[in-house]
Design a protein around this ligand. Sequence first.
Ligand SMILES: [Zn+2]
Length: 60
Amino acid sequence: MSKVADLQSQEVIDYCANEECSAEIVFGQQATKRGKDLFCNMGCLCQAIGAVVITVKGGE
Ligand SMILES: [Zn+2]
């Protein structure tokens, strides 16, 4: 029952490897890992490797 303080002071483990983001990645957070790089979400990973999310349309 003494976990409240822990939740309020989340430990910063790393920073998003996307230089345009560089968000704090805290203990217990879900992050995306590529090699030794950590990204705060899939969008940052995609941007860093030059991938984009598209909607695939039929008919081609
Ligand atoms: Zn990020």
